[in-house]
Design a protein around this ligand. Structure first.
Ligand code: ZN
Length: 303
């Protein structure tokens, strides 16, 4: 017996299956991060992030500073911040010069364009930075993801070991005191109140610069190592730059993250990956050049 409507139904299901599978591949949760590798084998592979960084184990390196191109030029478009269900993020627009901000210098051999900014946090009872520095986990971590501009898209860049660099900034909460100079960051924090629901988005009414997310951060003092994305597919293609200075934010800002919800309607909390093994990787510490103290003039005269 033949049921045309029934056949049609199954044909539609067969047609939609690949899309459904594709959608599922973007799904992961922070309750069972050890199972990510079942669907995403690279999550169980080498060179994974985040890691613990200890002052005693890092290698001081005499390195040129990072160069921040167009970081302090205004965007040519408004920024739209989204609740993705895993984090809060926004795509970096071009600056008024028609090109996105970029970084180069340091250990980087190429030019890396800023693509996307997102955050990792904990809960009211648990700190939620991903990287741990000198045994200390901090309240919040911001990632500015950059694509090597010799690759056309971020997706393409994930296939190459020099594909991505991420700048990581850690934050600690302090009781509201003086205002901190990080106006771009304040715009993002204020947008969180509009992003409570999964998939919601909010366009920030003010234009800002990417550099204003960093405030007065010491951009010359950072740890750098070879690692991975900290979310699936965990591609081990990231030159990490974790800034040594921990920026301060007001205790009024952090709880704005805690009222966000994921796609199941649960509170979106503790979206940080557990620490990964350092293996035999080297972690370098670059500090601003400190000139040697000059010989006292008197001694020179006696000589
Ligand atoms: Zn991240």
């Amino acid at each position: 017996m033949h049921f045309p409507a029934f056949d049609d139904f199954y044909q539609r299901i067969l047609f939609l299956l690949p899309f459904a599978a594709n959608l599922r591949s973007n799904e992961f949760d922070y309750k069972t991060p050890e199972s990510w590798q079942v669907k995403y084998p690279q999550c169980g592979g080498p060179d994974q992030s985040p890691i613990a960084i200890s002052r005693r184990k890092v290698i001081p390196i005499n390195l040129h500073p990072l160069l921040f191109g167009l970081y302090d030029e205004p965007f040519d478009d408004l920024v739209t911040v989204r609740n993705t269900g895993h984090t809060v993020d926004f795509m970096v627009p071009a600056t008024i010069y028609g090109v996105k901000p970029f970084v180069t210098g340091g250990l980087l051999r190429d030019c890396y364009e800023a693509e996307e900014v997102h955050f990792h946090w904990g809960s009211s009872g648990k700190k939620g930075s991903e990287h741990v520095i000198n045994g200390r986990r901090h309240d919040l971590e911001m990632h500015i993801v950059h694509r090597n501009n010799k690759y056309l898209t971020l997706k393409e860049a994930l296939n190459y070991s020099d594909g991505v660099t991420v700048l990581a900034v850690l934050f600690k909460v302090v009781r509201a005191g003086p205002m901190f100079y990080q106006p771009g960051l304040n715009e993002v924090f204020n947008s969180l109140l509009h992003l409570s629901d999964f998939n919601s988005s909010y366009t920030v009414p003010e234009r800002f610069t990417l550099g204003s997310l960093l405030g007065n951060l010491d951009r010359g003092n950072f740890y750098t190592y070879k690692g991975s994305l900290t979310t699936p597919p965990c591609s081990p293609v990231v030159q990490w730059h974790v800034f040594a200075e921990v920026l301060r934010i007001s205790d009024k800002e952090l709880p704005k993250f805690f009222q966000l919800h994921d796609k199941w309607g649960n509170k979106l909390l503790k979206n940080f990956r557990p620490l990964q093994s350092q293996e035999n990787r080297l972690i370098f510490h670059r500090q601003p050049f400190i000139p040697l103290q000059q010989e006292p003039l008197q001694e020179l005269i006696w000589l």
